[in-house]
Ligand binder design. Sequence first.
Ligand code: GLP
Length: 242
Amino acid sequence: QPIVLRCPDADAASRKVADLITEAITAKPAIVLGLATGATPIQTYEHLVAGFRNGRVDFRHATSFNLDEYIGLEAKHPQSYRYYMQQHLFDHVNFSPMRTYVPDGCADDPVAHASAYDQEIGRVGGIDLQLLGIGRNGHIGFNEPGSPAASRTRVVDLAEVTIKNNARYFDSPDQVPKKAITMGIGTIFEAKQIVMLATGASKAKVIRQSLLDPPTESVPASLLQLHSSVTFVLDEAAASEL
Ligand code: GLP
């Protein structure tokens, strides 16, 4: 049964998630974090950077694995998730650069790279705390509707609606990558603790489906109901249909 924390607004929700991450790192400095991109976690990363600057959190011994990356975008492409992570977090805190993993969207063999990425997560002992956002169609990472519950890190096709949603970040819709590498739902499920952050009215319907409808692969986030340690951190707008 997921825990649901309702916060008055997006800033309070972001602060709450930053606090949960800070507590987890304090309890286990050599933590393995699973990190997410998208518009939603930007403020959380701002709070973590502020916490680092005032000495409340230290990433020196931490490792991170990002959920996903577009296929075909290099690290220096402004829309790549590697670029996002450097800009919003890694360049401003003290992670060891050797321990911030993001799938390589330009790997020669993306299929082999994806399974090596999955194995690397296992090699370091698995993810302690996985941060997630949610797509309007219920996707987590880039596990689109229909993704198998047991899926592993792999190459996926993006849903049409995801390509459309992300088109605003690119000069034209045909520049949006059509494929990505994403951690699988099974991979995400192996995290010891999962924190889902969702804010804004555009997420209200899918949050209701994810928490109140029976778990189904057609709404990947609804499968989180079956995990033993999940916290949904929501602002009032995202929680408005609960
Ligand atoms: C993206 C990412 C997801 C993210 C989601 C929501 O496509 N792959 O990891 O959670 O879509 O993004 P946003 O926070 O911008 O709504």
